[in-house]
Each structure stands twice: as structure tokens, then as C-alpha cells.
Design a protein around this ligand. Structure first.
Ligand SMILES: Nc1nc2c(ncn2[C@@H]2O[C@H](COP(=O)(O)OP(=O)(O)OP(=O)(O)O)[C@@H](O)[C@H]2O)c(=O)[nH]1
Ligand SMILES: [Mg+2]
Length: 220
């Protein structure tokens, strides 16, 4: 079996408080109680410190009879407003994005749709245009995974909560723009089990590999 080794930057984007850092720490294998303590410590520094983290995670996947060894470098970006310029430039470095919203706060869903995802695509395009390397991808949007977090708090009767049908509809619209299926997952950083949380990375790996096939490249 052939093996392809890749080093990929994955950007976690979305509004403040949607659970990006919580999901990242779950992927690193941290228990929920430790994550809550970590974020409490982070909160006390808010306003002073810009919370951008980078971590590395190694995973293997079997896709179409090929073994992929992926070293993920995760950029866990701050959702706060005050650091937008830094955040925007980091968005352009992603190979794949994990777009996170909070299913109990509709505004975070709308902000992904209206600001984060368009900005991610804009920054990727800007980066390609400034480099001769990526000429063949000009005009092509970049892959992403849509993640609705905090399903443990969701109530069907609350109009502010985002429903599954709405998420699948947005995924469909994004898929049309990308020319490739944009996968989505509903999750709880607090209560979903480890194998389910891992699906975020699996979906990202799949989206990336399919995207490579689409543009007819072995690597990007
Ligand atoms: N009940 C519940 N709470 C969650 C879940 N995910 C995150 N939280 C809580 O939501 C709050 C914000 O989570 P963070 O992980 O700090 O959110 P973030 O997206 O990293 O926020 P910024 O770093 O400010 O952009 C914390 O109090 C978490 O404990 C979840 O799935 N369920
Ligand atoms: Mg965070």
C-alpha cells in the first residue's frame, strides 16, 4: 500500500465562545474538567492576551486504498474582534478550515456564513495571487468542514437555536460554491466521545484529499 505523508495547516475559525479551544483540547486528548479549568484561566487574561494557539497532531487515514500520514498543525484562532488583522492573515495559511459555530447562538452561525468563510476564501485567494506556485488554483475556493458545537445545550423549541436542516442547507450552498461537498457535523465538546470528536479531523482529511483530486494535484 502506498503511503503519502502530508503536513497540513488546519485553521479553527469562528466567533468567540463557540468552543474552538475546547474542541482542539479534546482532540489533544484532554479531559473536559481540565479543559474547563484551562479556559477559566484564559478568561482571566482576556483583553490582555491574544488567544491564538498552535498545536501539532499526527494521524493516519486510509482513503481510497492509500494510507495518509498527516501531521496536522492546528491554528486555534481567537474569535475576539480586536485582533482581526492578525487573524485574517492566519486564515490565509490554512489548507483546510474547521468552521465552528454554537448551535445555541444563531448569530455565530450567521457570522460564519457572512464573515468567516468569505474572509477565509478571500485570504486564500490573496495568498495564491501573490505566489507563482499556486497559479493553477486561482479562483478556486478552499476546503472546509462545518461544525455545530454545544448540541448538549440545544433545545428544539428555541428559535435562536440552529436546526440541522439549516446547517445542511448552508453546507449545500457552500458545496456549490466550492464545487465539492462541504461536510458538516453536530457535536458537543463537552459530551461527545473521543471517536466522534475525531471525526472532525477525518472529515477535514477527506475534504482535503477530494479537493486535491478535484484540482488534479498530488500535493498542495
Ligand atoms: N455545554 C457546553 N459548553 C461548551 C461546549 N464547548 C465549549 N463550551 C464552553 O463554552 C465556553 C467557550 O469555549 P471556548 O473553547 O473558550 O471557545 P473559543 O471558540 O475558543 O473562544 P475564543 O477563544 O474566545 O475565540 C467555555 O466556557 C466552554 O466550557 C460544549 O460543547 N457544551
Ligand atoms: Mg479559544
Amino acid at each position: 500500500m502506498s503511503v503519502i505523508r502530508l503536513q497540513l495547516t488546519l485553521v479553527f475559525m469562528g466567533d468567540s465562545g463557540v468552543g474552538k479551544t475546547s474542541l482542539r483540547l479534546r482532540l489533544e486528548g484532554q479531559p473536559w474538567d481540565d479543559i474547563v479549568k484551562f479556559i477559566a484561566g484564559e478568561m482571566t487574561q482576556r483583553g490582555k492576551k491574544l488567544t491564538i494557539y498552535s498545536s501539532s497532531i499526527m494521524r493516519d487515514y486510509y482513503i481510497n486504498a492509500v494510507r495518509y500520514e498527516i501531521l496536522w498543525t492546528i491554528y486555534d484562532l481567537a474569535g475576539q474582534d480586536y485582533a482581526r488583522e492578525v487573524i485574517e492573515s492566519l486564515l490565509g495559511q490554512g489548507r483546510v478550515a474547521v468552521a465552528v459555530f454554537d448551535v445555541t447562538r444563531r448569530i455565530t452561525f450567521e457570522n460564519l456564513r457572512d464573515w468567516w468563510i468569505p474572509k477565509y476564501w478571500e485570504k486564500i485567494e490573496e495568498k495564491r495571487r501573490s505566489s507563482k506556485l499556486y497559479k493553477s488554483f486561482h479562483g478556486r475556493k478552499a476546503p472546509l468542514v462545518l461544525v455545530g458545537n454545544k448540541i448538549d445545550l440545544r433545545r428544539e423549541d428555541d428559535p435562536d437555536h440552529v436546526k440541522t436542516e439549516e446547517i445542511s442547507m448552508l453546507a449545500e450552498q457552500l458545496s456549490e460554491k466550492l464545487g465539492l461537498e462541504v461536510p458538516y457535523i453536530e457535536i458537543s465538546a463537552k459530551e461527545s466521545d473521543f471517536t466522534y470528536v475525531e471525526k472532525i479531523l477525518e472529515l477535514a482529511a477527506n475534504a482535503y484529499v477530494k479537493w486535491l483530486a478535484l484540482i488534479g494535484e498530488k500535493e498542495y
